[in-house]
Design a protein around this ligand. Structure first.
Ligand SMILES: NC(=O)c1ccc[n+]([C@@H]2O[C@H](COP(=O)([O-])OP(=O)(O)OC[C@H]3O[C@@H](n4cnc5c(N)ncnc54)[C@H](OP(=O)(O)O)[C@@H]3O)[C@@H](O)[C@H]2O)c1
Length: 310
């Protein structure tokens, strides 16, 4: 399991500075490192660079900067369309992190005008220079994944990881050949939003919906339908030594062979998420979760809900 750091410094979506602060994030970091979670997922866009900066600062303070496994992401803004733009963006990330290389560099979204193949090709010389240790892509569909994979294979660079939303209410990749392709070609599937952005913790209900952007993705009608799954997760958690729905959700993602990267804003969230490790859901429990979650599937994530007016 890794640690997602989208919320680190992000005021707009997550309300950084209101309810959680740098001191909380430092304790989240400390807890992660102490418990052997040393893979961190960040991006140049998270908190407009603040997430990368905090990660670099905490790594330096605790003397673990060089041994951390850091994944960050290039965002293909429409005004970025040359290979030099990617090189400059990587330099910016390295500067904020205070490191000479990143362990994993992703294309964040396959946005035009350039193709995802163009951007991964731009990463190849940076791999040879040792600035990027491994290449990944995020939010791609299966044909895009296959094209990127072929291009990289042609250049003799493995496609190490693909990062997509994967959780109990977004399992599309299990059914459309995406996961099979990754398994066959040994591409790690990194599951982002493994708690469905907090919905699978059970704390949000129709009477207590999230008050932020998440209300667009998960309206009260969805939260109503979700309660059956949450109750099942509570029962299954009780049968597995008193685990919470969040711990069941994370363990489910691990059992499915993915590498989940839950986000945590507070040390208590981090502590709770760490308890998803060191045990395993029974096959019967996984079957039951699969069955009940099937009717709740949300389909592929798009940016539409964020663009719609309130
Ligand atoms: N590649 C991409 O495009 C992409 C997109 C999204 C995310 N990601 C990556 O994936 C990571 C995780 O995704 P995510 O942050 O969207 O969603 P997530 O991991 O599914 O949910 C994280 C949120 O759930 C709540 N939470 C976490 N643990 C909890 C616990 N134990 N008990 C109660 N509440 C808890 C917190 O929010 P509240 O306290 O506010 O409820 C937290 O910010 C991100 O940080 C980022 O690194 C990548």
């Amino acid at each position: 399991m890794g640690l997602g750091t989208w919320a680190w410094g992000d005021r707009f979506f997550w309300g950084y500075g209101r309810g959680y602060h740098d001191q909380d994030l430092e304790q989240v970091f400390q807890r992660a490192i102490e418990h052997g979670v040393d893979t961190f997922d960040t991006a140049e866009v998270y908190g407009r660079g603040r997430s990368e900066r905090l990660l670099g600062a905490f790594g330096r303070k605790y003397g673990v900067l060089e041994r951390m496994v850091v994944a960050t992401k290039f965002f293909p803004y429409p005004w970025r369309f040359t290979r030099a733009a990617l090189r400059r963006a990587l330099q910016g990330s390295l500067h904020r992190l205070g490191r000479d290389y990143v362990d994993l560099y992703y294309l964040h979204w396959p946005f035009p005008p350039r193709s995802p193949e163009f951007w991964v090709q731009a990463m190849v010389p940076l791999v040879r220079e040792g600035k990027i240790r491994a290449v990944g892509v995020s939010n791609v569909n299966l044909p895009q994944l296959q094209r990127v994979h072929q291009v990289l294979e042609g250049a003799g660079v493995p496609l190490a990881a693909v990062q997509v939303e994967y959780n109990l209410v977004r399992r599309e990749i299990e059914f459309n050949g995406f996961m099979d392709y990754c398994r066959e070609h040994r591409i790690t599937v990194v599951a982002y939003s493994p708690l469905a952005s907090g919905m699978l913790t059970g704390k949000y209900t129709p009477d207590n919906p999230p008050r932020d952007w998440r209300r667009r993705l998960y309206p009260p009608t969805f939260l109503e339908r979700l309660q059956r799954l949450i109750r099942l997760m509570e029962d299954i958690g009780a049968q597995h030594g008193g685990k919470t729905p969040a711990q069941v959700a994370l363990n489910w993602a691990l059992v499915k062979g993915t590498h989940p990267i839950p986000g945590a804003k507070t040390p208590s969230q981090m502590k709770s998420n760490l308890a998803a490790l060191g045990w395993q859901l029974s096959p019967e429990a996984v079957d039951a979760l699969d069955r009940v979650s099937e009717s709740l599937q949300l389909g592929r994530l798009t940016l539409a809900p964020f663009l719609r007016r309130a």
